[in-house]
Design a protein around this ligand. Structure first.
Ligand SMILES: *[C@@H]1O[C@H](CO)[C@@H](O)[C@H](O)[C@H]1NC(C)=O
Ligand SMILES: *[C@@H]1O[C@H](CO)[C@@H](O)[C@H](O)[C@H]1NC(C)=O
Ligand SMILES: *[C@@H]1O[C@H](CO)[C@@H](O)[C@H](O)[C@H]1NC(C)=O
Length: 383
């Protein structure tokens, strides 16, 4: 292309760039995200469930924060690497009442959250009462109350801890939820029943995005769900499985197929959403592919066996979870961390170790696994 034509195209595109926030010029500047608002489950909870129920014990957090940090990990989660990438502070959990700062965003995720409301308590199978619709209600309240505080002329100390009302439209809204809808499904439904619920689940996630759009949000970053069949917890109590139950990496085939079905429907729904929400920039992030890419290639990437659990004691039918006390062979035993968490994929059998989160974040945040293929720093541009 000649320089003249390039210039012409640029001039042609400019007015549109300003009116629809779209059509990203080549090498466009980084978006000025002033905040991140996150919705999700334990994959991105930075202290919510720990604050409202029982704190997550050591050795969780010891690898990076040197103490429990309300995260289901030895260190940082993908949402923390997102904050780092955008030069923003780590997100305080909305439900945490002490030591929080919401100037640059808030985190509504809680461990055990589902998209759909579930009719069970957290004391049964760990399902959080804060399903996605409740997280959105909390966000609405958060936004209204900060606006009210500004109208009430609050002091500068308070102002330094809450968002500037005008900045909600300049925030990045991130979602990582759906994994627990699958895990509830595996427990309570057969695969056909699960498939039948999928459009409704995906639609509820779309409604959450719409709700925020109607309140002025424009930039959305939506993670799909990971290969849930590859969580080492799936290997427990599985003694006589039929042939083909596991794939060659010991991932449960049927569970991963269901995750893929969810992801396919989510991606289709995101594509429709882009039409329904003409000013929204919605990035779909293939976390599944990134995580499976690591699990299927751990040796070359410098990681241990992906089915090895770094923290906790799981031998034969004795299971002492990370941070818990139990007995094995008649002796008291504490679920401690492995020697080298930096080579671990799985931290506790359900949640990824920081090293794996970092590996995945490095790949998803630069656009290698996103649709459209743009880095997170440019996720405000509608393609
Ligand atoms: C929970 O119970 C209500 C009322 O009985 C029902 O409509 C809803 O479908 C149930 N939700 C789930 C996820 O089972
Ligand atoms: C686990 O089971 C295997 C096979 O039955 C047995 O050889 C081994 O001693 C058991 N390990 C422990 C720590 O009990
Ligand atoms: C993103 O980073 C990964 C890991 O460093 C690299 O392999 C990949 O090529 C990068 N992708 C892009 C689009 O820059």
């Amino acid at each position: 292309m000649t320089m003249g034509l390039g210039l012409l195209l640029l001039i042609f595109l400019l007015p549109c760039y300003y009116c629809v926030r779209g059509v990203e010029p080549a090498n466009s500047a980084a978006c000025a995200f002033s905040a991140v608002y996150n919705f999700g489950d334990s994959n991105s909870d930075t202290g919510g469930i720990s604050a409202v129920f029982v704190p997550i014990p050591p050795p969780y957090g010891e690898g990076f924060f040197h103490k429990p940090s309300g995260r289901d990990c030895d260190g940082r989660l993908i949402i923390d690497f997102i904050a780092e990438k955008l030069n923003l502070p780590y997100l305080s959990a909305y439900l945490n009442s002490l030591g929080t700062n919401y100037r640059h965003g808030a985190n509504f995720a809680t461990g055990g959250s589902t998209i759909r409301r579930q009719n069970e308590t957290i004391f049964q199978y760990g399902i959080s009462p804060f399903s996605l619709d409740m997280q959105i209600v909390q966000f609405d309240q958060f936004k209204e109350r900060t606006k009210q505080m500004y109208q009430d002329n609050i002091n500068s100390v308070d102002k330094s801890r809450i968002p500037v009302p005008e900045e909600f439209s300049k925030a990045l809204y991130t979602f990582d939820i759906g994994q627990n809808d699958l895990s509830v499904g595996f427990r309570t439904m057969n695969f056909d029943q699960m498939r039948a619920t999928m459009p409704n689940i995906v639609n509820q996630l779309a409604n959450a995005v719409k709700n925020i759009y109607e309140r002025g949000g424009r930039s959305f970053w939506v993670h799909n769900t990971g290969p849930i069949g590859c969580l080492p917890v799936n290997l427990f109590y599985k003694h006589n499985v039929p042939p083909g139950y596991f794939d060659k990496y010991q991932c449960v085939n049927d569970q991963n197929l269901m995750a893929q079905e969810f992801n396919k429907q989510l991606k289709d729904r995101v594509i429709k959403l882009r039409i329904e929400l003409p000013e929204a920039a919605i990035t779909y992030v293939d976390v599944y592919a990134a995580k499976y890419g690591l699990i299927s290639n751990t040796k070359n990437e410098g990681f241990d066996d992906p089915m090895k659990i770094c923290c906790g004691y799981h031998v034969n039918d004795t299971h002492i979870w990370c941070g818990n006390l139990g007995t094995a062979n008649g002796k008291d035993l504490y679920g401690t961390a492995c020697e080298k968490p930096s080579a671990a994929v799985s931290w506790d059998g359900v949640h990824y170790a920081e090293a794996a989160n970092h590996w995945v974040a490095n790949r998803i945040l630069n656009g290698s696994f996103t649709d459209p293929p743009i880095p997170i720093t440019q996720a405000c541009y509608r393609q």
